[in-house]
Design a protein around this ligand. Structure first.
Ligand SMILES: Cc1cc2nc3c(=O)[nH]c(=O)nc-3n(C[C@H](O)[C@H](O)[C@H](O)COP(=O)(O)OP(=O)(O)OC[C@H]3O[C@@H](n4cnc5c(N)ncnc54)[C@H](O)[C@@H]3O)c2cc1C
Length: 310
């Protein structure tokens, strides 16, 4: 097949996961291309927290530094969408991009992250990443002791409210779609968490800030921050297309070094783990970088031995 360029590794996605894999591999003197279309998951947030030595940095500045480091070791950065991935006989892959370019590589890292599907409640999407958020560990400290609301969009919202009680004594759970048992109500009440029954009509936003939550059949309940757990959908179409195994939970399975069930295809970060934070995704990328280089060295040994004996 005719291709534009040959690489040892093509990394698809330049978030923390993909960039850290690329950094390891470029430093291992591998020919690396990184393809990305500039939509990291935490782009709506102004600050990133929980990453030692990077705490409070802006997500875009963090990724900019990462890209510079990777390019500094000779990797190629391409701004495009990879829309097809094909494995070919004899090993290797082609990655086709929406700019018409096709890259051929011995191995592929898919680090495409996930998509947050938000509930269709007015106000939620507008404020996402600012004062409508999901992760207590990313935002809880900054919103400590404030009036927190939790939208009940799945059974997990109950434990979400209980968790947030760690950061503020003023937590209200809006039941919305939840059917709360007597036991749920008792445990929430025991921790001083208010419950507002019924559907939510709107998250009210005024003067560039969340002001509260309006139940369908009630008055505004003043809140300064709203937490909601989105439905997290992995961007794994390229992985499933090449036949990577999917677990019972619906997520592509990998070993500790990011190896999928398809030899030569690795996956790191939120595309295989919705819980991965920035530091965790970067760690997964690092581990995959080690594994990929090791696996390529094994191929290089086999090829060298075959060449000697033929
Ligand atoms: C609002 C918000 C705030 C957050 N705050 C924090 C925080 O403070 N601290 C923290 O640790 N975590 C935070 N997170 C979680 C954090 O965003 C993730 O942990 C992190 O982004 C995972 O990194 P990743 O590399 O797996 O994916 P991403 O960072 O999402 O990177 C994936 C990249 O792949 C690209 N891509 C996708 N598909 C393709 C394709 N087909 N072709 C080319 N490129 C593609 C995307 O454009 C994107 O750049 C936050 C999340 C949200 C939603």
């Amino acid at each position: 097949m005719a291709t534009d360029s040959d690489y040892d590794v093509v990394v698809i996605g330049a978030g923390a996961g993909g960039l850290n894999a690329a950094l390891l591999l470029a430093r291992a003197r591998r020919r690396v291309a990184v393809v990305d279309n500039g939509q990291p998951r935490n782009a709506p947030a102004e600050h990133m927290h929980g990453f030692l030595s990077r705490d409070g940095m802006s997500p875009s500045a963090f990724l900019e530094v990462g890209r510079e480091e990777v390019v500094g070791y000779g990797a190629t950065m391409i701004n495009a969408v990879v829309d097809d991935l094909v494995a070919f006989d004899g090993g290797g892959f082609t990655a086709s991009m929406d700019n018409g370019q096709v890259l051929r590589a011995r191995s592929v890292v898919v680090a495409t992250g996930l998509r947050d599907e938000l509930p269709d409640i007015p106000g939620v999407r507008d404020r996402w990443g600012r004062d409508v958020v999901h992760c207590p560990y990313c935002h809880g400290y900054e919103f400590r002791d404030q009036a927190l609301g939790v939208l009940g969009v799945s059974p997990g919202s109950i434990s979400h409210a209980q968790l947030l009680r760690q950061w503020s004594a003023d937590v209200t759970l809006f039941a919305h779609t939840l059917d709360l048992s007597d036991e749920d109500r008792a445990t929430l009440a025991a921790r001083g968490i208010e419950v507002v029954d019924g559907a939510v009509a709107e998250v009210v936003v005024r003067d560039d800030a969340v002001r509260g939550v309006v139940p369908a059949d009630g008055d505004l309940v003043a809140r300064s921050v709203v937490f909601v757990v989105p439905r997290m959908v992995p961007r794994d179409a390229l992985l499933t297309k090449v036949g990577c195994a999917v677990g019972e939970d619906g997520w592509v399975t990998v070993d500790k070094a990011g190896r999928t069930s398809v030899p030569g295809v690795y996956a790191v970060g939120n595309v295989i783990d919705p819980k991965a934070q920035v530091v965790t995704a970067a760690g997964m990328g690092c581990a995959a970088g080690f594994a990929i280089n090791f696996d390529l060295v094994q191929q290089d040994i086999a090829a060298a031995v075959a060449a000697k004996t033929s």
